[in-house]
Design a protein around this ligand. Sequence first.
Ligand code: ATP
Ligand code: LTN
Length: 328
Amino acid sequence: MSTVFSGIQPTGGLHLGNLLGAVRNWVDNQGDTVGFFCIVDLHALTVPKEPGEVGKGSIELARELLACGLDPTESTLFIQSHVPEHAQMGWLLQCNTGFGELNRMTQFKDKSAKQKDFVSSGLFSYPSLQAADILLYDTNQVPVGADQRQHIELTRDIAVRFNSRYGETFVVPEAVSPAAGARVMDLQNPTDKMSKSAATESGTIYLAEDLSKTAKKIKRAVTDSEVEVRYDPEAKPGVANLLGILGAATDRDPAALADEYSQYGPLKSDTADAVVTLLEPIQERLSELQQDPDSVTAALITGARKASTTAQATYQRAVQNIGLTPPG
Ligand code: ATP
Ligand code: LTN
């Protein structure tokens, strides 16, 4: 069975982009793959946070991921800081990552531009820690949205470089993204991706929000001044985004869907209905889990234990291949 690894930051409530671009893929492949899913709390520290904020966000995120259908008996769900080998391996890989390589990462450019007073060196070197997350688990596939593909390419380069410097140590992974939904855009600014940390709430659909709000946000989504429904992400980003969301939610091709609509109104109301149908069962499970906080904690404890076994073995292999002096 192939091994799947992916990570998500506890930086706010899960949104539709996270679900369609990544989390749905994680859930759908359970049972056919060995899955490790990591709440990357150390990555969330790359931008300033209040004391306690990341810890609280990690538990909330775990609850949302379980509500989306991650099954702790099939998959390993854990918090990154519970497995110290992530930070340790992160350092080894930072020393095998080029400054120039990190300097090309578009996520660093975007996120550093948004920081007013302080850009941490962690924000810059973060992709080496992401590579450590992935490589610790002998990962074959990394299901992510389109925005993360550049980081997975870098992870591959780091793995190949390390293997050639120190001998065969890491499996070289590949990114996988869905045909529709890999890049869900902000409903108000359809040239920006939908994000947990977006400027306004009206462009982001949160999985836990009131569903009447969801439908309103979709009906108020920015389109354009034409009337024709056509799938053209360059010229008509707002309309293409709605078709992309409808396509992802109903398992249809966005370009083919465009032929079925001649006006924006019906496209918006069908998209709203499809999204509400997708979110309803998730919200039901979420309220059940809110009544049962112990099951969330239990899943995370078991997850960290399972993840540690694999992470320790890979970390030891890396240290041995580098040839550091063993203790004792
Ligand atoms: P932040 O705004 O804090 O950067 P985010 O919303 O980008 O957070 P992440 O935790 O960074 O979310 O990403 C988790 C997963 O969701 C990644 O695989 C990422 O590629 C995917 N993802 C995030 N935003 C989108 C989007 N708009 N469309 C499709 N996939 C997305
Ligand atoms: N960098 C990713 C989150 C992330 C990740 C990972 C994704 C951290 N480690 C490992 C896939 C595999 C982001 O910002 N969305």
